[in-house]
Design a protein around this ligand. Sequence first.
Ligand code: PGA
Length: 252
Amino acid sequence: MPLRRPLLAGNWKMHKTIPEARDFAVNFLEKVENVTDIDMVICAPFTVLSVLKEELEESIIHIGAQNMYYETKGAFTGEISPLMLQDMACTCVIIGHSERREYFKEDDELIAKKIKAALEMSLTPILCVGENLAFREDGKALAFVRGQVEKDLMELSPSELQKVVIAYEPIWAIGTGKTASAQDAQEMCSAIRSTLSGIAGSVAQQIRILYGGSVKSGNIAELMAQPDIDGALVGGASLEVQEFAQLIQNAR
Ligand code: PGA
């Protein structure tokens, strides 16, 4: 059993209707049924989670959401709680994706609360961090991402931290076709791991760190070969059965 089991997570973002999601789930499962050495999760819009539950709950593919609120219930119009995600057989939830930080003004304080709430409900949070192009060009990327990791995870005990997954997603690489080089991605993931060591000591060696940003079947192998990259968070390339299944095979 490796120390950190590889994880490939699809992030469908705001894509797929109910029939499309069902079709994907059935066909994708057929193609990856033999994969036992990698954890796979599809993070889908709330409206298709029940379909994924029907098709995938008993399978090796995990179901995830892309956001949640930190309270379990109450007067929070339009929000979805961790309890509701449990209901949908979710085991994971993406927290703090750069699109949520940018378009929906989520800040580190809110994100830290969501991480804590997810863990309390036994959901694995996939915390997204990453710098924009200006920070990268100014040579401030490492400091910026370290700061995000510290602010978002500071409140957690080492045993809680161990259950968190971190996705390093440089904003300039998301949906642009521009992947960070495997070396740059490794450098940042290693810096994230050393930041985690500062918070939680040796537990940092057990925390999974993913890379995200224009990952596809053609570049996954090189990324996975890096010592501190334990998998990927995949947007565009997770929308098509053939491509995502190929990506998973190439990651092995
Ligand atoms: P992308 O998105 O793979 O389409 O670049 C990744 C993400 O935003 O999680």
